[in-house]
Design a protein around this ligand. Sequence first.
Ligand code: F6P
Length: 344
Amino acid sequence: MARIGVLTGGGDCPGLNAVIRAVVRKGLADGHTLFGYTYGWAGVLKAEGEELTAERTKGILPRGGTILGSSRTNPFKEGGPGVDGVRAGMAEHGVDVLVPIGGEDTLGVAARLAAEGVPVVGVPKTIDNDLKGTDYTFGFQTAVQIATDAVDRLHTTAESHNRVMVLEVMGRHAGFIAAHSGMAGGGDVILVPERPFDIEEVCGHIRRRHANGRTFSIVVVSEGATPREGTLSTTGTGQLDAFGHERLGGIAVVLEREIEERTGYETRMTILGHVQRGGTPTAFDRILATRFGVAAAEAVSAGESGRMVALRGTDIVRVPIAEALGDPKTLDDKFFADAEVFFG
Ligand code: F6P
């Protein structure tokens, strides 16, 4: 029987608590004990956390966020404690195997640890849905629902004022949230990181709508969308996290100004931000998270390491963690083409 160390790393995501609850319940049923590290890898390195029991995880299934807290701490950051620091944090609590729940960064650390001989079973997580190796990550569907609700709400105010509304949603490398919520909400233009945009084409779609008698338009844009080279200048925040990613946000500000100036139509922007990551998960995400948690505990019981649980079709499977790393998963061309049918 093993002592399992659970942690949640990276941006939080609706469904994390459902995973924790499921790992604990299935882990206990299989005869393991569980320790929860607080604030991701930071908790492992400081050996901080708490015992995870059935009592402690009661009632958390529908709760957003993570009872363990999260951080973007990277043990392998230049000059960081690396594998020795992680081993020390495990030894302090008698932990034999880690179950990190996280995105590309957290799982990247997990893969390195596994390569160094630390037993690890990963659980993929990101609202962006841009992890390879799994068809969907939990939290994504909840984010899409929240963004779709926002598009619906923007529609009625846009109609009332004859305005162009720009909605910026999350999506650092991939436009899954923008494309899905844009399609579900009937957005008139969708801009995603996979396809650098030309601002004149965007304005063309909007002008065409107006020429056809529509008096308002909705533009849904991923925070990671960029203009085609040389077409428009934008400035980033320049702030980097521990894994070297730039803090994004603000493309909607540029679009608001440019669309209004170029078309003459009154334009307003909304940045949805962390609203997308907060609150209770949808039923789909609760179920996916629960199945992932059960499968992770099963993988530990089977003595697996260096693998993560994943959704393939309707099945939960175990795949090498490395499958989730490297280039992010991006939007399918056909999906985007289907969304484009409704542009302009
Ligand atoms: O976890 C992914 C994500 O939500 C991205 O969509 C977004 O760019 C980033 O996290 C925001 O990170 P933070 O909450 O650290 O600002």
